[in-house]
Design a protein around this ligand. Sequence first.
Ligand SMILES: Nc1ncnc2c1ncn2[C@@H]1O[C@H](COP(=O)(O)OP(=O)(O)O)[C@@H](O)[C@H]1O
Ligand SMILES: [Mg+2]
Length: 424
Amino acid sequence: MLIRAFRSDDLAQILQLWEQTSAADAGGAGLEIEQAVRLLSDERAIVLVAESDGRLVGAALAAGSPVSAWIHRLSLLPGRPDEQAIVEGLLEELEARVAQAGIGTLAMVIGERERLAGYLRQRGYRSDDRRCFERELLPPTAPTGVLAELGGQVIGPGLWDELKGMEEAKEIIERRVILPLSESELAARHRVVPPRAIVLFGPPGTGKTTFAKGIASRLGWPFVEVLPAELAGEGAERQAKLLADAFGRILELASAVVFVDEVEDLAASRHEDRRVTPSITNEFLKQVPRLRGAPHHLLVCATNWVARLDPAFLRPGRFDYVLPVGPPNADARRPIWRRYVEEITDEPVDLEGLVRASELFTPADIEFAARKAAQRAFEREHFEGSGHRARTDDFLAAIEDTKPTLTAEMVSSFDDDTNRFARF
Ligand SMILES: Nc1ncnc2c1ncn2[C@@H]1O[C@H](COP(=O)(O)OP(=O)(O)O)[C@@H](O)[C@H]1O
Ligand SMILES: [Mg+2]
């Protein structure tokens, strides 16, 4: 499925779609069909379509004032098994464009459409009367002030949903980390203490960095990465001071997800495996409790080598949870493939074949191979003039051509690590 802006040659199809969807399907301020058609060609409107196999399977029509935008029509071809994905794709793109335009809320009036209400709630839309749903959008503004100085970023609300498969890791993080922080009153009522610091471990390319950004995206907190190993050139005294200053600046932010990647550089049990001087490690260990004292700051450390960490480093007083982000099995690879295949092509693709052929692939390897297949189809069209997008054999050739990151030993040592170190 492809989400894209409406083009004038979609007109016949969009009219047909509106006809096929019942009147109740036309949400919002009850636009007559003539009004909707007029809005289609208005510069101020945002019109998106979802296309699958060359056919329109969904459309969204929105327009707004400087303070809020309204979805006037959200139409879905009846009987599609991927209905929810179509709604999410359309909403995500709409939200991004509305936020881009500096508009702070996106709203929609729905009739008696319970399923749609469910999708809207899942995406964070709220309703007082179960008819009018509304979501506040974060401005996509470039980071300013302290955040910009720290090289931090504001991550849009869509990233969490971009993480496909990996349901186990997502669910643990959702329940243990995101919910207690986002539902802090309910958590307090049950004396659930929200986490202040967590460790993510797993082989390279399994999505640890993306998960850390996803947490920031779900919480709506800015994301700041700290790179202690970059201080290595400075003198020992100065290193410690620079690191302490960086954390001081971070604490000036109202909230933040603070990310430290490759934390074994700081805390390997063998000192010769560390890439920083003891003064940096000591300063970092001093800063963790400082950060733990800040309720709207979450420290996320990531490592490919949890077994190399000093066991004392992982102690519960320092890190609330030690969470595995593991290699994707076939069930996890399938949605990851689907995500990239749908982006790259509208040709039929044997997804199961790709899933089977990509054992020992990480999500990063899958993304890499998928992009390679796209490149292959692009080159073919350029040099040979063939008119079709990537097909199964392009993906299979790209898989053949991609060296998987994982080995059977890595998978089994990850399982051992999970037994030994995971805590949640
Ligand atoms: N679950 C996933 N679904 C889709 N793409 C993913 C997923 N996890 C990771 N990726 C992609 O793989 C790449 C590498 O992921 P990353 O988070 O950097 O892995 P890690 O930090 O564990 O090495 C990123 O480009 C990301 O978009
Ligand atoms: Mg990473």
